[in-house]
Each structure stands twice: as structure tokens, then as C-alpha cells.
Write a protein that binds this ligand. Structure first.
Ligand code: PLP
Length: 345
């Protein structure tokens, strides 16, 4: 099976498994796991921040960040189809009591002026306590729902500056920040510089089996550790999985450009096929969305599965394909041939 459903489907490689098996471990709830601590220090250094906390998932990392920065009843501003809002099962509302307003500046991004326009500006005749405060601005980089789009650094910094001017905190959902860096040449630390916290995942393009980290100041990460525990994320001998994440960080970041080249190859092939619509120029990293109208995406993916290629149906006609470290350029050519066959059936 050529599995293009997600970059989370990868299996740990033999050397990664060896590193995991050899990990020195301890009880992480007591901060006694040396491998988790090494991972947290490594990630904090890489992103130019004081501290990091290792957590089981990207969802938990985002949600403890939201809880750390806000109070129940606050408003968070985020881009269209933000993962923290549209794909975390209502957690921001259920667990932190937040309202999220999505800002539409195109392809999941937005600009400083969208932030300024969305901040309540109570007239003097109205008491300010009648207005819900905007206390956090969140950016997703790369933006999954928009097709792995990389935020231009200037736009990102403009948004962070607008947030600071409004007295709001900033969080970046960098589940695929590694891809943003590989695609743009802008370092992870440069992307994170304007943000109070950034979440990164090891279990996506980097190929580790488990885990994400939230990075920020020592003070913020100290508070986030409390919410990690509250949300049930206090794990014990987690060095076994942290070793996989460390291995992934050291060995699998530079090769992400190969995934991007494969996604571009897939998009170029799809763009040639009648019955498929996509904006091939929009593929910047490892995610490709396309439409198979008038065929139903679910029917298309079922037929494709029978032909040995797995993709994800999302919505009536929308299909997602994601490249990763188990996908070669030959696999892309085979996938394109299978798609062509399915479309002609
Ligand atoms: C942009 C983004 N943020 C957060 C997450 C959540 O990560 P996890 O599946 O580890 O909870 C994902 C998962 O795909 C994602 O794409």
C-alpha cells in the first residue's frame, strides 16, 4: 500500500527503534527522565526559547498553550480552518471556555490589520467589562487545512506585533514548523521569535512514533506543565518515546525537502488529469489537496485503495494526499498511474 493519508502513518525505522530501546529513563512526572529532559532542552535551544515541555500529542500541546494564555470567556483569534478550532474536537471551548474567531486573510493566514479590526474597541459610553476580551492570537505554520502553506515571515511578525500592541499573547501551532523551515530556509527560531509559545510535533514529517513539545519562556512552560498534568498528560518512563523524537530531530529534518519535491511531483501530475482540479502552485510543502468533482471523494478513495494507494477523503469531493519519509518518487509515479486508471474506470 502506498499510504498517502497522512505523514503520521510512518513506522519507526530500525535505528530509531534501537535508540528507543537503549534510552535511559526515569519518572517524568518527577522530572526524573533524563531522555525527556534532553529532548526538552534540545527543542528549546532549537527554537531559541528558555524551556520546553514534552507532551503526548499536538492537540494536548496546543490546548495546554491555550489554557496557559487565557481565562474562560476570552476570545482567541486564529486563521480560517485553524487546527486548534476546527480539528480539536471542541477542546478550546470544552476545556478552556474559549470562543475562537477565525480571521480570513487567505490560505489560513491573516495580517496585522485583520487582528486590529477584530479587537473590540468599546466606545467611551460603554463599560469595557461588557466586551469579551481578545487575549490570544494563534497562527498555524505550516497551515494544514490550507494545504501546508508556509506563513511569510514578514506577515507572521506583523501579526505578532499587532498582538503585542493589543496586549494579547501569541501562540504558533507549528505541528509542521520543520516543513516550513525546510521549504523557506527561515529557521525554526526565526519563525518562533515573535511568539510567546510554539508547539511542534515529532510524530508527523519527522517520523517519530509519539509526541509533541510546547516551547516558550520558563515561566509560561512552568504554567503549561501544570495544565499538562491536569489534562492527563503526566507520563512516566517517557524517555522510551522521547528517544525516538530525539533521533527524528537529529536525522529526519533535512530530508523533508524530498517530501516537498514528491508533493510537487504529485500535484504536477494531478494537474494534467481531466476530472481533477487543484491549484498546483499552492503546494509548498508536503500536503496536496484536490477535488474530484463530480465523483464523490469517498468513492474515489475506495477505488484507489483497491488499486493500492490510500488517500483521505475530506468533504464531498475533496481529497488529501500527504508525502512522508516512506514515500519515494517512484511511489508518486505509481500513485499517479493508479489515479489515472481509477478515473478511467
Ligand atoms: C496543524 C496541526 N496541529 C495540531 C495537530 C494535532 O496533532 P496530534 O494529532 O498529535 O494531536 C495536527 C494533526 O494533524 C495538525 O495538523
Amino acid at each position: 500500500m502506498i499510504d498517502l493519508r497522512s505523514d503520521t502513518v510512518t513506522q519507526p525505522t530500525e535505528p530509531m527503534r534501537k535508540a528507543m530501546a537503549a534510552a535511559e529513563v526515569g519518572d517524568d512526572v518527577f522530572r526524573g527522565d533524563p531522555t525527556v529532559r534532553e529532548l526538552e532542552e534540545t527543542v528549546a535551544d532549537l527554537l531559541g526559547k528558555e524551556d520546553a515541555v514534552y507532551v503526548p500529542t499536538g492537540t494536548m500541546s496546543n490546548q495546554i498553550a491555550l489554557r496557559t494564555h487565557t481565562q474562560p470567556g476570552d476570545i482567541v483569534l486564529a486563521g480560517t480552518d485553524a487546527h486548534i478550532d476546527s480539528h480539536e474536537i471542541g477542546a478550546a471551548n470544552a476545556l478552556a471556555g474559549l470562543t475562537i474567531h477565525q480571521l480570513d486573510g487567505g490560505h489560513g493566514t491573516f495580517e496585522a490589520h485583520h487582528v486590529a479590526a477584530a479587537i473590540p474597541d468599546p466606545p467611551e459610553s460603554m463599560p469595557p467589562h461588557l466586551f469579551q476580551p481578545v487575549t490570544l492570537i494563534a497562527c498555524e505554520n505550516t497551515h494544514n487545512g490550507a494545504g501546508g502553506i508556509v506563513w511569510p515571515l514578514e506577515r507572521l511578525n506583523g501579526v505578532a506585533a499587532a498582538a503585542r500592541a493589543a496586549g494579547a499573547a501569541t501562540h504558533m501551532d507549528g505541528a509542521r514548523l520543520w516543513n516550513a523551515t525546510a521549504a523557506s530556509g527561515v529557521s525554526e527560531a526565526e519563525f518562533a521569535a515573535g511568539f510567546d509559545t510554539t508547539s511542534v510535533c515529532f510524530s508527523k514529517g519527522l517520523g517519530a512514533p509519539v509526541g509533541s513539545a510546547l516551547v516558550g519562556s520558563a515561566d509560561l512552560i512552568g504554567q503549561a506543565r501544570r495544565f499538562k498534568q491536569m489534562y492527563g498528560g503526566g507520563f512516566r518512563q517517557a524517555g522510551v518515546i522521547a528517544a525516538g523524537a530525539l533521533y527524528a530531530l537529529e536525522n529526519n529534518r533535512e530530508r523533508l525537502v524530498e517530501d516537498h519535491a514528491n508533493a510537487t511531483r504529485l500535484a504536477a501530475g494531478l494537474a494534467e488529469m481531466p476530472g481533477i482540479s487543484l491549484e498546483a502552485g499552492l503546494v509548498e510543502t508536503n500536503i496536496v489537496y484536490f477535488d474530484v468533482a463530480p465523483t464523490k471523494a469517498a468513492d474515489f478513495c475506495a477505488a484507489l485503495h483497491d488499486a493500492g494507494v490510500a488517500m483521505l477523503p475530506l468533504g464531498a469531493n475533496r481529497v488529501r494526499a500527504v508525502t512522508h519519509l516512506e514515500i519515494s518518487s517512484r511511489d508518486i509515479d505509481k500513485a499517479l498511474a493508479a489515479i489515472s486508471t481509477v478515473l478511467h474506470q
